[in-house]
Design a protein. Structure first.
Length: 151
């Protein structure tokens, strides 16, 4: 038992001398030894939270893209009522704006309304009174597809 007390005394004296001569380095070493697992855990939890938020945003963007494609087909169909199609497009656009503003920021809403680069070959067969609505909606759907690929 006396040997154990002597060993503990020697280790304590060595630690005291080390801290007295190298206070900053010793303190930093002791703190980093204890905090490294905690820091790794915090970083891992933050990464998981960010990944789940990105997955949620991608899923919502995918849902908006699918709805937008359905409305593009609706605008292309001359048998559908043009006014009700415009109302559906307006409602969809309002939902997309709200999502972008709340989750990503108002600058993304501004980009939603930027001009698109739709080739005229893609819009053959659309009634002339719906052509501008179709172009606008197509540009917004294309923007959402690009945004989903970035996230």
């Amino acid at each position: 038992m006396d040997v154990l007390f002597n060993v503990v005394g020697i280790l304590t004296a060595t630690l005291v001398v080390t801290v007295a001569h190298f206070p900053l380095e010793t303190t930093r070493s002791l703190l980093s030894f204890g905090s490294a697992p905690v820091v790794r855990y915090i970083h891992r939890q933050k990464a998981l939270t960010v990944a789940s938020e990105h997955a949620r945003m991608r899923a919502l963007l995918g849902q908006f893209i699918d709805e937008g494609r359905l409305m593009l087909a609706r605008l292309r169909d001359p048998a559908r009522d043009a006014e009700s199609s415009r109302l559906h497009v307006h409602g969809w656009t309002t939902q997309v704006e709200e999502f972008l503003r709340n989750d990503l920021g108002s600058s993304y809403v501004d980009r939603l309304y930027s001009t698109s680069f739709v080739d005229d070959g893609e819009i053959e067969g659309i009634p002339l009174e719906r052509l501008q609505d179709w172009r606008n909606l197509c540009g917004r759907v294309c923007y959402l597809e690009l945004l989903r690929a970035e996230i």
